[in-house]
Design a protein around this ligand. Structure first.
Ligand code: UDP
Ligand code: MG
Length: 338
């Protein structure tokens, strides 16, 4: 232990790490991916409009239409006439992750917040998120404090998924962080610099690093419409995530091979010994058939795993853009009184 005179006092520590003070009122971009959210937008946008001017001086709301089939585009068109609102219309449905990427590209703010358009992410949290950012957080992610609404299957599946995802990795994807999050400009730029087409955002958020702070909240119920993520989509998303962020399933083939080969060696030895010592004839139709079937099964599974990865390589190699923009309407950042 250092003598008191040499211990860093609060003042010398403050002198050593001259933390640049963060802007009290940064420019803020809100990014909202929307698929068939016309009625929710009609409720949400007035709420945001009322709140944003009080929070910061310069703000913008970036609405991304992800191939909606209802009046979402009409609603966006109307709102994009209002200063501060920008509408990006994609040429078809590309999926939430792609829509989010499109929105992040369009955002100009020093601080960017992504949120769902279905009113499940309460706008009152914006204030707390900004407060954490001012205190030095680069990322503030909202965490559902209550998952009681999810059934046991979903909860168990999600736990298993994150176990598999985080096995043997250097960075951890937090299980409970969703897409309601604040990001510093540096984080957004890092995300947009990632070239991959498979935008498993939760993984990418974790991969870029930075100082992330969780913010617990109680999610609201969806007001209109229904969730777009049913079992099939969630399964697809999980496979995307696993293949994009792990390689250990590939190594599984090697491990399985070694185990099976060792077992075969031991079993072969045992059969030889029992024949030589006791003259047991080599019998065992059952052993052969069961062994063969089991090995075929393992091989098929491992081939399938490899196929998943090859599929992803194919997707990346084609180098197609992540989304196609049909139209951009609106203004960009709104200045006070502008
Ligand atoms: N979303 C999107 N494209 C899609 C599916 C969803 O832009 O293909 C948007 C949707 O409009 C909403 C957000 O992503 O703003 C979250 O979707 P949802 O509420 O269906 O998901 P959940 O809340 O069930 O996770
Ligand atoms: Mg929702």
């Amino acid at each position: 232990r250092l003598p008191a005179s040499q211990r860093p006092s609060a003042t010398t520590a403050a002198n050593l790490v001259a933390v640049p003070k963060r802007n009290a009122r940064p420019s803020l971009s809100l990014v909202l991916p929307c698929r068939n959210e016309a009625r929710n937008l009609e409720t949400l946008l007035p709420l945001l409009l009322a709140r944003l001017g009080k929070l910061v001086d310069h703000w913008e709301v970036v609405l991304v239409d992800d191939g909606s089939t209802d009046d979402t585009v009409e609603v966006m068109r109307r709102w994009s006439a209002c200063p501060g609102f920008t509408a990006v219309q994609l040429s078809r449905n590309f999926g939430k992750e792609a829509a989010l990427t499109a929105g992040l590209r369009q955002a100009h703010g020093e601080v960017v917040i992504s949120m769902d358009a279905d009113l499940q992410h309460p706008p009152r949290l914006l204030e707390d998120m900004l407060a954490h950012w001012r205190d030095g957080a680069d990322v503030v992610y909202a965490v559902k404090a209550n998952r009681a609404d999810e059934g046991p299957v979903k909860r168990w599946g999600s736990r298993a998924f994150y176990r598999l995802l985080n096995a043997f990795e250097r960075f951890e994807v937090p299980a409970d962080g969703g897409d309601f999050r604040l990001m510093d400009r540096a984080v957004v730029d890092a995300l947009l610099a990632l070239p991959e087409r498979n935008r498993f955002m939760k993984g990418l958020y974790a991969w870029v690093g930075f100082h992330a702070v969780p913010l617990p909240y109680l999610p609201e119920d969806r007001v209109h419409g229904h969730s777009h993520f049913r079992f099939r989509q969630l399964l697809g998303l999980s496979l995307d995530g696993l293949t994009a962020f792990t390689t250990w399933p590939l190594r599984l083939a090697t491990v399985c091979g070694i185990i099976v080969a060792l077992a075969a060696l031991v079993y072969g030895g045992a059969v030889a010994v029992s024949y030589l010592l006791w003259g047991n004839p080599v019998s065992g139709w059952t052993t052969i058939v069961v062994g063969l079937a089991a090995l075929m099964g393992i091989q098929m599974i491992l081939l399938g795993i490899m196929g998943e990865y090859i599929g992803r390589i194919f997707e990346e190699v084609k180098g197609r853009p992540i989304y196609v923009v049909k139209d951009v309407l609106g203004h960009g950042l709104k200045a006070p009184g502008g």
